[in-house]
Design a protein around this ligand. Structure first.
Ligand code: HAX
Length: 434
């Protein structure tokens, strides 16, 4: 058994009695109330999910296993010659709650390496799809096509103790995660680079290998590591994480769950916003003939978009009430590597101009930029200009957090999800509407 799996097992044994005690002895304790506004309004802020992997404070932003983004980036072992940690070590942290040693990271990297070969039929399925299929459709299809590989399904069909569900789920998680970078890079090069595919390099770590298979030189490897880490998890209630959790709660395996997660991420109000940001920014760029707009000119573009009934992509958030620290981490990367890039300058102006406009409009509860406001610009700078592809990158990252959550869901025996719905007439009666 690998060190990671052993450590995970110890943690599960330690955690299980806590969950059992809470449910058995304190199951009736109330943690909040639900209003009609929340029942109709997308369950905003309803406290009804549990995860120990990340927590999102509205004013501080995300903490992964208790660590802020700067702490996470500082504490985890780094790839030699790089300032960004190994994605493999970050996954160890998500899964176990502990910062791994160099040795433990090397072992996880080796585990991923062993499991990374993608079956040929996946590539054949992707090649058979219409070339104008969205990359997220291709990504979701590729993941779902591997469902027959599920170790969980095999063990379940053979008959398995409920307490052991986490074990084959862990195997599915690692098997799938190890393959995602190659599938993503294949989709990119098949669709946008005339099918000129670059084979993986077994000597490289996950982020380095992804950059290699994309055919983009350094520091794209560092960017990929950073990108996957930043996009991994944002507690359980966002659409992609919640979809993964919901589907897996029916004991659907990792392939069904992560494919569904990808479908949720593909919406323009969620992960697709990063592609929308770039489309929007470039539209302004073209209208300005590439000239850097004044703040006043930019204000007008922003107002025009709002007045035509559209949202400003990359701004606002359902939980956050300040600038997203994931935006700030990417902004720091830009200030270091591409401070003079014209599109970065646009994003910089938007950072100044959009929040006061949204405040003046008075609708958005959070006028500040989110993770998607910055990410596309960096990809564009490094030559990944096909912005349909950007949400696939988000998907590779998000799979780290969601698979880790699903392993823990199984370990702690979380049951099938089934909230209760009421009719409109029932709500009217509760509210005393005449
Ligand atoms: N531009 C214009 N209007 C906005 C806005 C924005 N960026 N953000 C919120 N609003 C509007 C909402 O559309 C809503 O209007 P109506 O009352 O007319 O329906 C009103 O402000 C209140 O919304 P809210 O409570 O502040 O925000 P929600 O929790 O309902 O929605 C969203 C959160 C992220 C979906 C929203 O802010 C939005 O649409 N932002 C733009 C799209 C975007 O950037 N999405 C990515 C978010 C991060 C993420 O999940 N990435 O994956």
């Amino acid at each position: 058994m690998s060190q990671l799996k052993k450590k995970l097992f110890e943690k599960i044994e330690e955690w299980r009695p806590r969950t059992t005690k809470l449910v058995k002895e304190f199951g009736d304790v109330k943690i909040g109330e639900v209003t009609i506004g929340q029942a109709i309004g997308g369950m905003r802020s309803v406290k009804c999910l549990t995860t120990d992997i990340s927590y999102l404070d509205p004013f501080e932003g995300i903490r992964f296993r208790g660590f802020t983004i700067p702490e996470t980036l500082e504490k985890l072992p780094k790839v030699p010659g790089s300032t960004v940690p190994y994605v493999e070590g970050f996954f160890y942290l998500l899964l176990t709650g502990e910062v791994p040693t160099e040795e433990e990271v090397a072992e996880v990297a080796e585990e991923f390496n062993k499991r990374k070969n993608v079956p040929d039929y996946v590539f054949n399925i992707l090649k058979a799809m219409p070339k104008d299929s969205h990359p997220m459709v291709m990504f979701s299809t590729a993941i779902l096509s591997m469902q027959k590989e599920s170790v969980f399904v095999k063990s379940y069909n053979e008959g398995m103790n409920k307490m052991d569900y986490w074990d084959p789920t862990y195997e599915d998680a690692l098997n799938l995660l190890a393959k995602l970078p190659q599938i993503a890079a294949f989709i990119y090069r098949w669709k946008f680079k005339d099918g000129d595919i670059i084979a993986p390099d077994p000597k490289l770590d996950m982020g380095g290998n992804f950059a290699h298979m994309m055919g983009v030189p350094a520091p794209y490897d560092d960017l990929s590591r950073l990108y996957f880490i930043l996009h991994s998890d944002h507690e359980s209630g966002n659409v992609s994480a919640h979809t993964g959790h919901l589907v897996s709660s029916a004991l659907s395996d990792m392939y069904y769950s992560i494919s569904a997660m990808i479908n949720g991420l593909a919406g323009p109000l969620h992960g697709l916003a990063n592609q929308e940001v770039l489309a929007w920014t470039q539209d302004v760029f073209n209208k300005m003939d590439g000239k850097i707009p004044t703040d006043e000119e930019m204000r007008k573009f922003v107002w025009d978009t709002l007045e035509s009934g559209q949202v400003i992509p990359g701004f606002g958030h359902a939980v956050l009430r300040k600038t997203d620290p994931r935006y700030m981490a990417q902004r720091e990367f830009c200030l270091k590597h591409l401070p003079d890039d014209p599109l970065f300058k646009y994003v910089d102006i938007l950072f100044r101009v959009v929040p006061p406009v949204l405040l003046e409009q008075g609708k958005a509860k959070n006028p500040w930029p989110n993770v998607d406001a910055q990410s596309g610009v960096i990809q564009w700078y490094y030559g990944v200009k096909e912005y349909d592809f950007y949400t696939v990158l988000f998907g590779v990252g998000r799979a780290l957090g969601v698979t880790a959550n699903i392993v823990w869901d199984r370990a702690l025996g979380y049951p099938i999800e089934r909230p209760k719905s009421l009719t409109t007439a029932m709500l009217e009666e509760i509210a005393g509407v005449k």
